[in-house]
Design a protein around this ligand. Structure first.
Ligand code: FNR
Length: 170
């Protein structure tokens, strides 16, 4: 049974979140929130019961997938970028954070938090082309990118801490 507090917490969050049942074969989704629906274009009722890999369409990304499998089998926190498709067919890079959630000392769920990795996350090639200003611009872009990545990780980690705390409350 999905703890009520965990459900409300995920439903109320403003960032895309998904929860998969770690005890059911192939880890089907049991809950996604409105922010996930906005990001992917899929409604909750279309995706609950399915493994979240459906977002990958027919892409071939064995490395990213095996990174995810390693996190899941190792029950570890981690992040992976996956090529995904929205319902309308538009491709996007999905920065996925995964967190195991235990209940009573037993693995119960995996919490996923998804961010769109947008064009601004990609470094320009200005540094490679040389030039003082261009090099500084590249440094600034790198700093901004690192800051953004850190913020996203901290946000996801805080959400996981809250989710883990919530399931310990009766
Ligand atoms: C996932 N997975 C996933 N994959 C993806 O492409 N986009 C996503 O948003 C998500 N979200 C997600 C959330 C949660 C909670 C879990 C547990 C997993 C990963 C996907 O379901 C699957 O584990 C990976 O594709 C690796 O396994 P396969 O496909 O190689 O068996």
């Amino acid at each position: 049974m999905l703890p009520k507090r965990l459900r409300s917490f995920i439903e109320d969050a403003d960032i895309p979140l998904s929860l998969a049942d770690a005890q059911t074969p192939d880890m089907p989704l049991v809950l996604v929130n409105a922010a996930f629906e906005r990001l992917t274009g899929y409604l909750s009722e279309e995706v609950v019961g399915q493994n979240c890999r459906f977002l990958q369409g027919n892409t071939d990304q064995p490395e990213a997938r095996s990174e995810v499998r390693a996190l899941l089998s190792g029950r570890a926190d981690g992040q992976v970028v996956l090529k995904n498709y929205r319902k309308n067919g538009e491709r996007f890079d999905n920065l996925l954070f995964l967190f195991p959630i235990e209940i009573g000392g037993k693995l119960a769920y995996f919490l996923g938090s998804q961010f769109e990795a947008t064009g601004e996350d990609t470094l320009s090639d200005s540094a490679a082309r040389g030039g003082y200003l261009k090099a500084h611009l590249a440094t600034l872009q790198t700093d901004t990118r690192i800051l953004k990545a850190q913020t996203r990780r901290t946000t996801s980690e805080s959400i996981a801490i809250a989710a883990r705390t919530l399931v310990t409350l009766s």
